[in-house]
Design a protein around this ligand. Structure first.
Ligand SMILES: [Zn+2]
Length: 338
């Protein structure tokens, strides 16, 4: 066994701690034939940490994660997404259930039966807020924000409703609200439109809201750093100029500069094979505006550009782009001299 490995994230060198491999693209996003890119320069401790804290999050609780379901890349577990908001969007289909918050079953890609939920309008923010049963204890509705208790829809009074998949879930919500001191009076009779008894599969247009927060950005930055290590070798990313990025990804230290880009993804790099495809993950590392920049795009969604190293440059022949399509071999791009 080689004993000269150094982990590119924590610099550990214990040869007994390099038994597994790190996938450059998290496994949840697919495999790429016999050329699924992996690294053996990430230690088992970092690998385990990333799997738990970053890969699982990116593959499930993000817009990118949920989009993979439509490509047939499903999860092995049915836990609902935690950091995403999926809302029934189309009034024609959802009827009285417009605004209902739902989750997707990651094992099937189908909408899950919704949990009972209390919707209330916040007049100060102009937003409808949604609370599930477990969030009701301790909930307060200050008059300045929500208006006064009273008839639904009357000016200056609460604008609220309960949506629930069953009579029992509805009544449990009413009870919880009353226990919390919120005098909710159920108005319109309850009707159950949801569930298998209707004979229809649960398929609705949903609106997805997701937040690009720090763990989400670190998960994306890790793919970019893995990509550099895979193509340029571990010695390159062990150089001090990568320390800032290394510490950001592994320890969440500081913050890197990231933006959504509207540039065409493969500008200057297209070949007969390397073209935009909406079933793929595209990755690129290049010199831009005096910085080293990584760009990544999942499927046909937006492109993230991140400054990986400020005020420095790669050798021009180190600039590289690849397209990864699940089930196919990766396609290499070339930077063309201008
Ligand atoms: Zn490590």
């Amino acid at each position: 066994m080689s004993n000269d490995k150094t982990c590119i994230y924590c610099r550990q060198t214990d040869p007994d701690r390099f038994r597994g491999v790190e996938h450059v693209i998290p496994q949840g996003f697919g495999r790429f034939g016999s050329e699924t890119p992996t690294l053996d320069c990430v230690c088992d401790d970092c690998n385990a940490y990333f799997g738990r804290e970053l890969d699982q999050l990116l593959a499930r609780d993000t817009y990118e994660g949920i989009s993979r379901y439509s490509r047939g890349l499903l999860s092995s577990e049915a836990r609902p997404q935690r950091r995403l908001s999926l809302t029934l969007a189309d009034p024609a289909e959802a009827g009285d259930f417009v605004g209902l918050r739902v989750a997707v079953d990651g094992t099937t890609g189908q909408l899950m039966p919704p949990g009972g939920q209390f919707h209330v309008h916040n007049f100060r923010t102009g937003e409808d807020e949604v609370y599930f049963l477990r969030q009701i204890a301790g909930l307060t509705l200050p008059e300045a924000d929500y208006g006064k208790p009273g008839t639904n829809g009357q000016k200056g009074t609460w604008k609220c409703k309960i949506l629930a998949p069953s009579r029992e879930a509805h009544d449990a919500m009413v009870e919880a609200l009353q226990r919390a001191g919120i005098d909710f009076r159920p108005g319109t009779p309850f009707q159950n439109h949801w569930g298998p008894e209707s004979g229809e599969p649960s398929s609705f247009l949903v609106e997805i809201t997701s937040e690009v927060d720090k763990p989400h950005k670190r998960a994306i930055a890790k793919i970019l750093m893995n990509f550099v290590a895979f193509h340029l070798g571990p010695d390159e990313v062990l150089a001090p100029r990568w320390d800032f990025l290394r510490r950001y990804i592994r320890y969440g230290e500081a913050e890197i500069k990231a933006r959504l880009s509207h540039r065409q993804f493969w500008t200057g790099q297209e070949t007969d094979q390397l073209r935009f495809r909406d079933d793929s993950i595209n990755v690129r590392i290049e010199n831009l505006d005096g910085n080293v920049v990584g760009a990544i795009q999942f499927y046909n969604l937006h492109t993230y550009e991140m400054i990986l190293i400020e005020n420095d440059a790669l050798h021009p022949n180190q600039e590289i782009g690849r397209r990864y399509t699940p089930g196919e071999l990766p396609v290499l791009g070339e930077k063309r001299s201008v």
